[in-house]
Design a protein around this ligand. Structure first.
Ligand code: FES
Length: 140
């Protein structure tokens, strides 16, 4: 039964355990990845893209047990290149599948464009601009 210790941003530790094959798969990240474990056991791991390897909000720094994780695939490596505070021990929580005991630390910051109200909110700014343009045309 793997023990997963998360070191949260405030420095506190949250240790959880799970049994292989027994987690309910909630559709976020790879089964038995950090994100899957976190969602099942109420650990607040951000996942702005829903665990599809399209952001870096699930970035974790592995402090112990790197050998107990799945090998990194090219898509994870490519995405990690855009992470803030990238280290040689970095992994994406939605891609790294847990095979044994591991300690993972949340970085101090992640780029979360959704929470920051940024560019990932597709459509809204353009829609507002289009509405404003229409109002201006009607008014002129
Ligand atoms: S949740 Fe977006 S890359 Fe992992």
């Amino acid at each position: 039964m793997p023990k997963v210790t998360f070191i949260l941003r405030d420095g506190s530790r949250r240790a959880v355990e799970f049994e292989h094959g027994k987690l309910e798969y909630l559709g976020h990240g790879l089964p038995e990845s950090f994100l899957d474990v976190a969602m099942n056991l109420d650990v607040p791991l951000e996942h702005a893209c829903g665990g599809s390897c399209a952001c870096t909000t699930c970035h974790l720094i592995i402090r112990e047990g790197m050998q107990n994780l799945s090998e990194m695939e090219d898509n994870e490596a490519d995405r990690l290149d855009t992470a803030w505070d990238l280290t040689t021990a970095s992994r994406l929580g939605c891609r790294a599948v847990i095979k044994g005991d591991v300690v993972a630390e949340f970085p101090l910051y992640t780029r979360n464009y959704v929470q920051e109200g940024g560019a990932i909110q597709l459509g809204k700014p353009d829609q507002v601009a289009a509405d404003d343009t229409r109002k201006a045309e009607v008014g002129s």
